[in-house]
Design a protein around this ligand. Structure first.
Ligand code: ATP
Ligand code: MG
Length: 585
């Protein structure tokens, strides 16, 4: 698994923003990264100013900022100037109602066209933006809005009636509710957003914000337990900007499609902020995942940089490479993925389907931006997350019982992935959870809770979440390694691997497998997969048991919930299920 390498011939990527990794790391400074942006007078910094107003002032206002594609395939375009005007109107809507700096504005909108002006307008008015995933039910919405002390909510009338109205009175802090898609006069206690926007001026002076003023609160995916509200400040825009430039190779002429929903951190940091600060044109598709639709969008919109997730790539793989080949995807310059480990099989499939590998990168809600990445100009080792961004110092460490932390220097040794704090988009806290936040730091490191290894060239290899790692007969086994081996078998579409307690071994490895189209579960196939895994991994690491599943339980952001596979296997309480995909309930 660690042997393959996809080479990038010298000269092929001379136009990349990062041509030479070592040199890029050596030359990088956060001060220079800051200097790429405008800032506000007196040392201020505001995300929307950098994403929109800077371009308008620079004469780039008439460039397209956003193409929004509706479910019916009709599209709407906004230039930077038009998106800026819409953001101004929303900023005015807030300010004229006394909503002020530091107030929390929540959205429950899905990929609605209004979302972008609401996000940018909120930040421009000095407010704190917090998106909710629109498929959440009433309870997770209420829980997050309570933690976030929401003062404003923007949602559709339908969502409001179903998901918010029943409990609204219990949330005393919630003063203003703006509705999209109003069918008539808005329900009591709500305001029609379109009408409010229409009667507002298209000019608004950015409320002065300091780099350390809170801008965003993002809730984590809840893969390992109760979601946390990670707090980010306006200074994060420095990371958003340079990581988009270096890891995603974003340039002003790019048409960029980030498929993540703006209910999650990726959909905001890279679905909106980073590409806009880099002057790109965004693609947003309101519809849900569909193989042919996605390929059609990539072709028709001439997408140049595409940022997606392993779960989507696995679904495309499931549908087969022939479909991809029916489309002209020759404009694609870079394909990147985040959110879960990307199996080597998927990286190689990218070469088959698109003529280029898929570039994995790693980060978390907490880190606010990409930390480790496969860069366009750098050789890709399938299965590796790549190397740290310039300006980011990473290490593999070991925690000791006395609270101390030791760095592990030996290559390919498993330990916890840790980062030296100091990059601009690092979270400044978990909302109302000071203790949980403090526990993330020790010995001058931020401890990520993920296990990884580093090879002798400085590439990082994901092993598993600390909570998911399996200890079997003295071995530390990462589920990812086992899942990747299973994925190499043509019958396997997805795999989730857990440890099941067993008296002599400590734990034994068990795999849950979903099959590709055209394969049926059978005892013979089960035996074949066990044999395949044993051959690939050796008896110590291979699963002792394999069970077939139609689907694996996933978070709404598409991550396999191993903790749930385990709880169900052991008959234990299932824990917080607020982010579980509904069809799995
Ligand atoms: P919670 O913290 O609530 O359990 P979560 O960790 O899934 O949820 P996110 O912040 O959305 O919430 O996800 C970050 C995590 O996703 C990382 O810590 C890591 O475990 C996983 N991850 C992200 N990108 C990658 C990647 N490229 N390879 C492997 N794992 C990844
Ligand atoms: Mg996490």
């Amino acid at each position: 698994m660690h042997g393959r390498r996809i080479r990038k011939p010298p000269g092929e990527c001379q136009d990349a923003n990062l041509v030479d990794y070592e040199e890029g790391v050596h030359k990088f400074s956060w001060a220079e990264a800051h200097a790429l942006l405008d800032g506000l007078p007196g040392g201020g910094l505001n995300i929307t100013h950098e994403a929109i107003d800077r371009h308008i002032a620079g004469g780039r206002g008439e460039r397209r900022a956003l193409r929004w594609i509706g479910r019916d395939d009709q599209f709407r375009d906004w230039t930077y100037a038009a998106l800026g005007a819409a953001a101004n109107r929303f900023a005015y809507v807030l300010a004229s109602r006394g909503v002020s700096k530091g107030d929390h504005v929540f959205t429950l909108l899905g990929r609605a066209p209004e979302l972008y002006a609401v996000l940018l307008g909120t930040l421009k008015s000095g407010g704190v933006f917090s998106p909710l995933f629109s498929a959440f039910g009433p309870e997770p919405i209420k829980a997050r809005m309570t933690i976030g002390e929401a003062r404003v909510l923007v949602t559709s009338e339908a969502f409001y009636r179903r998901k918010v109205e029943p409990w609204r009175k219990e949330l005393a802090a919630l003063e203003h509710v703006f509705l999209t898609e109003c069918s008539g006069s808005p329900p009591e206690g709500t305001i029609d957003l379109a009408a409010a926007m229409e009667s507002s001026p298209a000019m608004f002076e950015t409320v002065w914000t300091a780099p350390e003023d809170i801008a965003l609160v993002h809730f984590t995916s809840g893969t390992t337990g109760r979601p946390k509200g990670a707090v980010h400040v306006h200074e994060a825009v420095v990371s958003h900007h340079v990581t988009g430039r270096l890891a995603l190779d974003l340039k002003p002429d790019d048409t960029f499609w980030c498929t993540a929903d703006p209910g999650w951190v990726t959909g905001v940091s890279y679905g909106v902020i980073s590409p806009l600060t880099n002057g790109c044109s965004l693609i947003v598709d309101q519809a849900e995942f569909d193989v042919e639709r996605w390929y059609r969008i990539l072709e028709r919109e001439r997408v140049t940089v595409w940022y997606t997730a392993p779960t989507a790539i696995r679904m495309l793989m499931k549908a087969g490479v022939e479909i991809a080949r029916r489309f002209d995807l020759s404009r694609l310059r870079l394909i990147a993925s985040v959110g879960e480990p990307l199996n080597p099989e998927a990286v190689a499939w990218g070469v088959e389907a698109f003529g280029k590998p898929i570039h994995d990168n790693w980060w978390q809600t907490e880190t606010g931006g990409i930390m480790i990445s496969n860069f366009r100009s750098m050789d890709v080792k399938p299965g590796s997350m790549g190397r740290p961004l310039p300006g980011v110092a990473a290490g593999i460490v070991e925690r000791h019982g006395d609270g101390s932390v030791r760095e592990i220097e030996t290559p390919m040794t498993k330990g916890e992935l840790a980062l030296r704090p100091g990059w601009p988009s690092m979270m400044r806290g978990y909302l109302h959870e000071e203790e949980r936040y403090r526990k993330c730091f020790a010995g001058g490191w931020y401890l990520t809770g993920d296990l990884a290894m580093r090879d002798d060239e400085g590439y990082y290899w994901f092993v598993g979440r600390a909570d998911d790692v399996i200890k079997s007969a003295g071995h530390l086994i990462g589920p990812f390694e086992v899942e990747s081996a299973l994925m190499e078998h043509p019958a396997v579409a997805e795999a989730g691997v857990i440890g099941v307690p067993e008296p002599t071994m400590g734990e034994v490895v068990k795999a849950f497998v979903a099959l590709r189209n055209g394969f049926e579960p059978s005892e013979a196939l089960r035996k074949e997969l066990l044999g395949h895994a044993r051959q690939r991994l050796g008896p110590a690491v291979a699963p002792k048991d394999i069970a077939f599943r139609q689907n694996l339980p996933k978070t709404r952001s598409g991550k396999i919930m191993r903790r749930l596979l385990k709880a169900r296997e052991l008959g234990l309480p299932e824990g917080d299920l607020s982010t579980l995909e509904s069809e799995e309930r």
